[in-house]
Design a protein. Structure first.
Length: 331
């Protein structure tokens, strides 16, 4: 089949929806706009708001989209789609009809981000320093602490790159030392299952902060939950020791989890960190125990030492992956 241009692409998380435009074959995603998810009833309302604004910008050059790909922060199966950490709930068929699209693809947001990995350039990444080198055409993995925690992979096939969507963020989080064991034990008092997302995400950072305060015996530190933004700001500034330890624990736990993902997928092409939290940490992330814990897998330390890790600095990368999804679907 074919899909006429222009195309509409979107990356929808629990907090924000990023919309972009692909005007012609080979064209980069352009006219990107970020819309708050809570301010719109659903994807149709948000897409219409975006398209109305774009029509004003393009004037006579505007044409309605013929195809669209929406990357959404939830598992995708069947016609009904419900965001895991947002209020949007919609029918794929209804959205396609309401927007008068010839083609609508709905894929997991980290499936789209994974599809973007093979095309990411040096200007879109910050690599962890070291001698690790990617194995050509080997599997790649991406992990993204944002509102939630996304995990996906991509493998090379004869037909190109194929994404491996999943819900790895809900895998059980493991402790690597006595302090982390105490943290998880404290959280387990309230949650039967402590997943990676439970602590390594925007919704989980306040919970991790409370657990650190409790284990350290910091009087009053966990009495009033802090926002993720406040924890990051106070931890980076050094004004609050509990916040600083929370960030250190976050990076260490993320490193251990990333190493597990690398082993599970055989991601010898590299493991990439996406999402909105880690870029805010700046140098703190690259000075953390992330890489140490990534490699700390006993007999497979050498295997992990050879796998490169990198931070995705381009917050719009998933839109490129959504565009590639349309390309591969019609091609």
């Amino acid at each position: 089949m074919s899909a006429r241009y222009p195309w509409l692409v979107a990356d929808v998380g629990g907090t924000n929806a990023r919309f972009g435009w692909v005007s012609a074959p080979g064209a980069a995603v352009s006219h990107v706009r970020v819309l708050p998810v809570p301010e719109h009833a659903g994807p149709v309302a948000a897409a219409r708001a975006y398209l109305q604004e774009l029509a004003l910008v393009l004037g006579a050059g505007f044409a309605p989209p013929h195809a669209a790909a929406f990357a959404v922060a939830t598992a995708v199966a069947g016609d009904r789609v419900e965001l895991t950490n947002g209020h949007w709930s919609f029918s794929r068929a209804v959205v396609q009809r309401e927007l008068a699209l010839d083609l609508l693809l709905v894929l997991n947001d980290f499936e789209a981000l994974a599809l973007s990995l093979p095309r990411l350039g040096a200007g879109q990444l910050r690599r962890w320093p070291g001698p690790a080198a990617a194995v050509a055409d080997a599997a790649l993995a991406v992990i993204g602490p944002g509102t939630g925690l996304g995990v996906a992979g991509v493998v090379h096939t004869r037909q190109g790159w194929a994404a491996l969507p999943g819900e790895g963020g809900h895998a059980t989080l493991a402790a690597a030392d006595a302090f982390e064991s105490e943290l998880l034990a404290h959280v387990r008092r309230d949650y039967e299952h402590v997943s990676a997302e439970r602590l390594l995400s925007g919704i989980g950072l306040p919970l991790l902060h409370g657990a650190v305060a409790a284990v350290q015996g910091a009087v009053g530190a966990g009495a009033t939950p802090l926002s993720p933004e406040a924890i990051v700001e106070q931890g980076l500034s050094g004004r609050d020791a509990v916040c600083a330890q929370t960030l250190d624990s976050f990076c260490a736990l993320l490193g251990g989890f990333a190493g597990n993902v690398a082993l599970t997928l055989g991601a010898r092409g590299g493991v990439y960190i996406g999402g909105g939290i880690v870029p805010r940490l700046g140098e703190r992330f690259f000075e953390s125990r992330f890489r140490e814990r990534f490699e700390a897998k006993g007999r497979f330390r050498g295997y992990l030492q050879g796998i490169p890790t990198a931070l995705i600095t381009d917050t719009l990368a998933a839109l490129g992956g959504a565009a590639l999804a349309i390309e591969q679907h019609v091609g």
